[in-house]
Design a protein around this ligand. Structure first.
Ligand code: GLA
Length: 669
């Protein structure tokens, strides 16, 4: 991995100078310096300007922009510019356009209108990467390369003939022979047996439900095709440039179809884009989940927040502006959770184009604005946090996350449309957030030995090796929690027979003989006072202790919550969808059982996260409430520069970062 760190925390934005007359550029650099910006992403959507006709490259404007930034002391994250092809590509090669499952062609005019499997697109894009790389490999401003942009954001699934051929190649590679494919896809069902590879297609619009394993494999293939573009560009860059390489992931904003856990090894630094959901009354909780997941994808290492917004976006139904202080809290919460860089989309709000109502660092109203003043304040904050760079986040809890389990869990023709993959993930993570506990969101194959508590929400699809790893974690003294609709199928989406939740049945000491999903809006009660909805099941405790049973609904008296002592640890099972109060109570019991505690106790709504290096630690305190918060902390508060001895006061809506003195001993030491 090439080093991507600078001297402190990176701070900046996408910078699109091509949208502005050159007179504006000098003012841009002057304002960037005023704001403390030290890194900008340049050239992301510049292909049509850099290569106006095939093979003719025009770099003079980009030379001038990058030189100007360099003169201003601002580093560049240089895009390969392949994010969106110029109109001439589709005009000359219409076969590069992507198609939906029903055959609809997606035309140029927006962005990303290319088939990810198109060799024509690949060749043209790599020729561009080579030209850009050769031109700027030695430019002193360039510290990082930015492959494409949000790969697969709009074109992840293409069903055209070129994609069909690529899918067949991918399947041959995976299965070797047709018998294996037929077995994996269960084609004995509904007369689907394939006798020739040429008969196989992507799961195009069909009269009824398409084969689920065909669908699952197509999702795997599609993620791999996007990843292949990343790998092809990175390999080329690695040969031509000395700097590190990244691309921006979209973890935690509902983007489902890119298996980022498998992509992480293809970048020198994991970079993520995160936007708040305006309709969410507590968006800081989802932000924390996205950051915890990004850190999990990064294997616990620091990562880069490549994009978020200073205020409103433009692509939601109602684009709510950030209130004063909210952007600062958002940014510093990302840093608390492992980001060593805070960048935004975009530097200057556009005059034209589809994103002209998206916020930026310099709004349409100019620098004399709340947004730009907050941008300058954040720049000063991040400068004061330089020493935090490279440190890691403390977490004793892991939540397992697998994109393939997500894909599988939400295929069609399942017991209930109300069972969605991220529902229990979000509910459990939010309960931990309310309890002040930081969790890493990791792949089931991650090393679990450093955790005390591991949660497996809706892990519908699980491999044998990953189920075994969870058992070993429990045997060695860990506490695991599995929620309903987990362990149901293997990697081919075949049911694990003998009773649910197949892969975890023995570990949990339970056997489910039948699912009893609830009707829309129907609720049930448990004999410990909990309320639940969506899901119940006919569960037998086979070795597990019953902690709560239903008092009503379709299964009165049947266990709903169990705990099984295994080896030196315990495995809990939650067979229904507990409401938030009951989830909070469950989490409180788990924390009591495992001895996991927050870094310091804090009032509700005050987020506290600890980062730690070999010999120092920093406590981030983000006060999301309208009241001042007092915490028992000693050390130096870096944003204000004052010492605190035993008591830290953080005013309403403000953030504090304390270098703790003395640094506390890690809980696991
Ligand atoms: C994404 C893209 C940016 C921009 C923003 C708007 O993150 O990468 O180009 O479209 O969304 O929020």
């Amino acid at each position: 991995m090439r080093n991507w760190h600078g001297e402190g925390i990176w701070y900046g934005a996408d910078y699109n100078p091509e949208q502005w007359p050159e007179q504006t550029w000098a003012e841009d650099v002057e304002l960037m310096r005023r704001a403390g910006v030290n890194l900008v992403s340049v050239g992301i959507f510049s292909w049509a300007l850099l290569e106006p006709t095939p093979g003719r490259y025009v770099f003079d404007w980009l030379d001038r922009a990058i030189d100007l930034l360099h003169d201003g002391g601002i580093s560049v994250d240089l895009a390969t510019a392949t994010a969106s092809p110029p109109p001439w590509l589709a005009h000359r090669h219409p076969e590069t356009l992507p198609r939906r499952a029903d055959g609809t062609v997606l035309w140029p005019g927006g962005r990303q209108a290319y088939c990810p499997s198109s060799p024509v697109f690949r060749d043209h894009s790599l020729a561009l990467v080579e030209a850009v790389a050769r031109r700027y490999a030695r430019h002193a401003a360039v510290v990082l390369w930015h492959v494409s942009n949000e790969l697969g954001c709009h074109n992840v699934h293409c069903y055209c003939d070129v994609s069909a051929e690529a899918f067949r190649r991918w399947l041959r590679e995976r299965y070797g022979d047709l018998d294996s494919l037929n077995a994996a896809w269960g084609t004995a069902f509904w007369s689907q047996r394939y006798h020739d590879w040429a008969e196989i297609n992507p799961p195009r619009t069909a009269p009824t439900f398409a084969n689920p394993t065909q669908q699952l494999d197509f999702l795997r293939f599609s993620s791999d095709e996007q990843r292949a573009q990343l790998r092809a560009e990175r390999e080329l860059l690695n040969r031509l440039v000395p700097q590190p390489v990244t691309t921006n992931f979209m973890i935690g904003t509902g983007i489902k179809y890119l298996d980022y856990h498998s992509w992480a090894s293809d970048v020198d630094v994991v970079a993520n884009d995160h936007y708040l959901t305006a309709a969410d009354p507590q968006p800081q909780v989802n932000l924390a989940l996205a950051a915890d997941h990004t850190r999990g994808v990064a294997g616990g290492a620091p990562w880069l927040l490549m994009e978020h917004s200073t205020s409103a976006v433009n692509w939601q139904p109602r684009n709510v502006a950030k209130t004063p202080g909210q952007m600062r809290r958002n940014s510093l919460a990302h840093v608390a959770r492992g980001a060593d860089g805070v960048l935004f989309f975009q530097w200057r709000a556009s005059r034209a184009g589809a994103e002209k109502f998206h916020s930026a660092l310099v709004p349409h109203a100019g620098p004399d604005t709340k947004v730009f003043r907050e941008v300058c304040r954040l720049g000063a904050d991040l400068r004061a946090l330089a020493e935090v760079r490279g440190s890691r986040v403390d977490a004793d809890v892991a939540i397992l996350f697998d994109y393939e389990a997500w894909w599988g869990a939400e295929l069609d023709s399942h017991p209930s449309v109300d069972v969605t993959y991220t529902d229990r993930l979000s509910a459990l993570h939010a309960a931990l957030w309310r309890a002040g506990i930081t969790a890493d969101v990791v792949h089931p194959s991650a090393d679990l030995s450093r955790y005390r508590l591991v949660l497996a929400p809706t892990l519908y699809l699980v491999r044998d090796a990953d189920a075994d790893a969870l058992r070993r974690f429990v045997e060695a003294g860990g506490t695991a929690v599995v929620t309903y609709f987990s362990g149901i199928v293997d990697e081919h989406d075949h049911i694990r027979l003998g009773g649910y939740p197949g892969a975890f049945r023995d570990l949990l000491g339970v056997r489910v003989e039948e699912f009893f999903p609830l009707r829309d809006g129907e609720t049930v009660s448990l004999d410990d006072g909990a309320r639940a909805d969506v899901w119940t099941e006919w569960l037998h405790a086979e070795g597990a202790e019953v902690l709560a049973a239903y008092t009503d609904g379709p299964l009165p008296g049947v266990p709903a919550l169990t705990r099984n002592a295994v080896g030196a640890g315990a495995a809990w099972y939650v067979g229904t969808r507990l409401d938030d109060d009951a989830t909070d109570r469950l989490v409180a019991r788990l924390l009591a059982e495992t001895g996991v505690r927050p870094p310091v106790s804090a009032p509700a709504g005050v987020e506290v996260v600890r980062r730690r290096s070999a010999d120092r630690s920093w406590l981030f305190v983000v006060n999301h409430t309208t009241e001042p918060a007092r915490l028992a902390v000693s050390g130096v508060e870096l944003l204000g520069g004052a010492r605190c001895d035993g008591e830290l006061e953080v005013p309403a809506g403000e953030v504090a970062v304390v270098r703790e003195e003395p640094a506390p001993v890690p809980a696991t030491a």
